[in-house]
Design a protein around this ligand. Structure first.
Ligand SMILES: O=C(O)CCC(=O)C(=O)O
Length: 346
């Protein structure tokens, strides 16, 4: 990354929830990333089966190419940056570090890192939001145009929207306002995991390759996807690949997170800020009401943010009409009945 993003770029990122930095890691940087990925693929040409995230279990190599009927029919190398520290080279950029810190607060974690190749013909991934309090980066390893298996987002939906499961008749279907996060090899793409996002079908004739890096604020999550799934030596090697000032990317301290997660204020505010997921609608609406358009700096811990927030949330106030207007009452009723049935059967 050659230069800091401008104020106009920052405003665009906050308003849209996604942003592209063209050519941020082109040239030699891209060649280094591709070489590291090639070495990983030489060991595991079909990638790995990824156990549930945060299970601490190690991924197992796939013996054969994924089938379109598999749960994740893409070639994935989980924890790629910890298997090949050369893939962490982009994170040594102070400009990028400052940008991530501006979004999620100081001492953030490298929460997850993976490589993904989307074979031609691979179908869509359904719309969802991920838990709050993070930012995801993609580095494109190929030129990727529309309909080539990249992440697609509905711009602006990190603000004032319930989760897609309450708003869309069919979360697998393309949405009218969606945009594919396309670009040239070496481009850096950022998106808020709180936008409505999915993955487009790869209708092209070739596989498309991307690197993913997800960063969590320290107040939003106690651990990382790679904790327990890679060896202590691999973590040491990853830490050593970056400047000493960035060691916080790999530092876990659950007690510190619990201290940061305490939110001052009344019962309603504490209810809203008590979970990272947006799937429980009432709590999600209270969170949005309490968090959107207000300062997210933690009042008791300088440099950190309130749990489950990013600075992108400061862009706009909560708008109950806009939030409620997205809801599909029948979908909400069906999902509520399903959740009730599941909890009664437990
Ligand atoms: O594969 C993709 O582009 C979708 C990424 C995604 O859904 C995520 O990072 O949560």
């Amino acid at each position: 990354m050659q230069s800091p993003i401008t104020d106009a770029d920052w405003r665009a990122l906050c308003a849209e929830g996604h942003f592209r930095v063209p050519g941020a890691f082109a040239g030699e940087a891209l060649a280094g990333l591709r070489a590291a990925v090639d070495a990983l693929l030489a060991e595991a040409p079909h990638g790995y089966v990824n156990p549930p995230l945060y299970s601490g279990r190690r991924p197992e190599r796939r013996a054969a190419a994924p089938l379109p009927t598999d749960r994740a029919p893409t070639v994935i190398i989980p924890h790629a940056g910890l298997l090949a520290p050369a893939l962490l080279a982009p994170l040594a950029s102070p400009l990028l570090h400052d940008l991530i810190e501006r979004i999620v607060g100081r001492d953030f974690y490298l929460s997850n890192t993976w490589f993904q190749m989307v074979p031609p013909g691979t179908g869509r991934l359904a719309y969802h939001k991920d838990p709050r309090g993070s930012i995801t980066l993609n580095i494109l390893l190929d030129d990727i145009g529309p309909g080539m298996g990249s992440t697609c987002v509905v711009p602006g939906t990190h603000l004032n929207t319930p989760p897609p499961s309450a708003c869309m008749r069919d979360i697998q279907a393309p949405q009218p306002r969606e945009v594919d996060m396309t670009g040239a090899a070496g481009d850096l793409l950022l998106f808020s995991a709180e936008t409505w996002h999915a993955r487009s079908q790869n209708r092209s004739a070739r596989p498309t390759r991307r690197l993913f890096y997800n960063f969590y604020s320290r107040s939003s999550r106690e651990t990382t996807a790679w904790a327990g799934a890679v060896s202590p030596e691999q973590i040491d090697a990853a830490r050593a690949a970056l400047p000493a000032a960035y060691a916080h990317l790999f530092r876990l301290d659950a007690a510190e997170t619990r201290r940061l997660a305490a939110v001052p204020g009344g019962a309603l505010r504490r209810f809203g800020f008590a979970r990272s997921t947006s799937e429980a609608l009432l709590r999600d609406a209270v969170f949005a009401w309490q968090a959107l358009g207000r300062p997210v700096a933690h009042p008791a811990h300088p440099g950190f943010l309130l749990p489950y927030t990013t600075r992108l949330l400061e862009a706009r106030r909560f708008d109950a009409l806009e939030y409620g207007g997205h809801l599909r009452p029948l979908t909400v009723l069906r999902n509520t009945a399903g959740a009730l049935r599941r909890s009664l059967l437990k």
